[in-house]
Design a binder for this molecule. Structure first.
Ligand SMILES: [Zn+2]
Length: 279
């Protein structure tokens, strides 16, 4: 099966003051500053063998973390009349622990389609689609890497409605989810389903009640009488869920390492690097 990625534009952040649409997304039409900056990149351009080899060695196994940023998602129109949407951007850059990782940044108002598109960009980069596929070299005092700030092709927002749900990045490292529905969702620390019952260890996603604790949400899925053994099994699972909630509540939130496969080595490396810098 051949997958053709949509073309993207590498226009950088528009300078013109945006008009704001009702959806909380900045809507920008034919701003002069954009018209000259648009560069269409064909994301479906094949990856060269050397690019694939390099990506397999250097990028394929890197962590991918997702964060929310305050800047708004943008919908804008290029000089040729085509519409574009930027719900976020990606860095491939060393963190404060010196380790390279992909960081997907979701703008305010970013939706499920934006997120999936950015995840696809990361997957393509892991297969070798980097410099020639819309990524720009980037360096700072901390090191060097790449950024992807392209926009995805979009319909005229005055005619088309993109109603996939708005997402925010999860900042709770105890939760299994990466992103949440911004209109209301639950952090999930643990869950399991059986024929007769389902338990979920969760707390609501709400920026204003960040101290809320994990509780156990239990459902019995059968009206049939339980054998003693099945009843004991259910009780045992419920006990497990209670323990899981206790464990989650006892662990501090560490937003910094959310999404990292090895959080403890992040702090070891970062502390070591910061000590080096201070001496
Ligand atoms: Zn969560």
């Amino acid at each position: 099966m051949t997958t053709i990625a949509p073309p993207t534009s590498r226009s950088h952040v528009p300078l013109a003051a945006p008009t704001v649409s009702g959806t909380g997304v900045a809507l920008i039409q034919s701003a002069e500053s954009i018209m000259h900056a648009t560069e269409i990149v064909d994301l479906s351009a094949p990856v060269e063998p050397a690019e694939a080899v390099r990506a397999a060695a250097e990028f394929r196994d890197l962590d991918v973390i997702v964060r929310s940023v305050e800047s708004k998602a943008k919908v804008w129109q290029g000089s040729d009349g085509r519409w574009w949407r930027s719900g976020g951007y990606v860095y491939l850059f060393p963190g404060r622990d010196g380790v390279m990782r992909f960081s997907i940044y979701l703008r305010r108002g970013a939706n499920e389609s934006d997120y999936e598109w950015l995840c696809g960009i990361v997957e393509s980069a892991k297969s070798g689609a980097l410099e020639r596929h819309g990524w720009d070299a980037y360096s700072s005092a901390r090191g060097s890497g790449w950024t992807f700030t392209g926009s995805r092709s979009f319909g005229n927002p005055l005619e088309c409605v993109d109603d996939t749900k708005e997402l925010i990045a999860c900042e709770d490292n105890r939760c299994r989810r990466t992103v949440h529905d911004a209109s209301g969702d639950f952090h999930i620390a643990d869950d399991f389903d059986h024929d007769t019952h389902a338990f979920e260890v969760s707390r609501s996603v709400d920026r204003d009640t960040s101290d809320e604790v994990y509780t156990v949400y239990a459902r019995i899925l059968t009206d049939e009488p339980l054998t003693p053994a099945a009843a004991v099994g259910m009780a045992s699972d419920l006990q497990w869920a209670a323990e899981s909630a206790r464990r989650a509540n006892a662990a501090p939130i560490d937003s910094r390492t959310k999404g990292m496969r090895d959080p403890s080595s992040y702090w070891e490396r970062r502390n070591a690097l910061e000590q080096e810098t201070n001496h």
